[in-house]
Ligand binder design. Structure first.
Ligand code: DGL
Length: 270
């Protein structure tokens, strides 16, 4: 069976990939980190559309992927409609900030959404937010710089930015007017959830999209008869448009099922 392609601007989509591997252990995955061109979130739609197109062309040409998971909120909101139009036979699963489960489970009706500036400025996000406007008060928090800090493993910057943006997301609590649920609307942010948690009470709920996206991917593959069978072994290829060592280090740190010893090829030409 052909592999499933997964891509993000960098290492953030590893949080989605971890959920995909847990849900679909017999599938083969190719993960592409567009590290040389990250971050996407502060650069505008035209740039993100062009990069997303290039990555998909590469994943089809080099790996003949049978389906694609866009493991990036920014690329989904900016480019998924273009990708679906330009690659009509490729099943594509995207992700967007998980407002629906957040609104459904919030007791105070006040939630915060941490995401990139691009995601929060998008028409798709506006439509999503408006559809829940009557049910909850939603506070958007654009987290400029946080993706860059995570990509650079820059612990002091990560700590400072998490403190700054959690201060903007609060006040937290279970009382009237307090935020009790935070949506992690960028796939990089689950990677630093412990750092975000340091600035919140233990009762605060964080919601990300890894598990639901993995379940949706299973449904899509099953409906097309493209699920790898029980006898399949599964597998993972990691590729980066930037320094392969960065993706290797990130996978060793954040991907529980990372096979030891595999090396990451660079794909600088794309
Ligand atoms: N992981 C991407 C997302 O989910 C980050 C985008 C960026 O590169 O800024 O939005």
């Amino acid at each position: 069976m052909n592999p499933v392609g997964v891509f993000d601007s960098g290492v953030g989509g590893l949080s989605t990939l971890a959920a995909l591997q847990a849900e679909l252990p017999t599938e083969r995955f190719v993960y592409f980190a567009d590290t040389a061109n990250a971050p996407y979130g502060e650069r505008g739609d035209a740039y993100v559309i062009e990069r997303s197109r290039k990555v998909v062309e590469h994943l089809l040409g080099a790996h003949d992927i049978k389906a694609l998971v866009v493991a990036c909120n920014t690329a989904t909101t900016a480019a998924i409609h273009v990708l679906r139009a330009e690659f009509p036979t490729l099943p594509i699963v995207g992700l967007e900030p998980a407002l629906k489960p957040a609104v459904a489970t919030s007791r105070t009706g006040h939630i915060a959404v941490l995401a990139t500036r691009g995601t929060l400025a998008s028409a798709r996000y506006a439509a999503l937010r408006d559809s829940f406007a009557a049910a909850a008060t939603v506070r958007p928090v654009p987290c400029d710089g946080l993706v860059k800090a995570i990509e650079g493993f820059d612990s002091p910057a990560i700590a400072a930015l998490c403190a700054r943006y959690m201060a903007k997301a609060g006040p937290f609590g279970d009382g009237p007017g307090q935020v009790d649920t935070v949506v992690l609307g960028c796939t990089h942010y689950p990677l630093v959830k412990d750092e975000l948690q340091r600035h919140a009470p233990p009762t605060l709920r964080f919601i990300d999209t890894g598990a639901p996206v993995a379940q949706q991917t299973r449904r899509v593959l099953a409906s097309l008869g493209r699920l790898a069978g029980d006898g399949s072994e599964g597998g993972l290829v990691l590729e980066s448009s930037g320094d392969p060592a960065v993706l290797e280090a990130a996978a060793a740190r954040w991907l529980p099922a990372r096979a030891q010893g595999a090396s990451v090829p660079a794909a600088n030409a794309i």
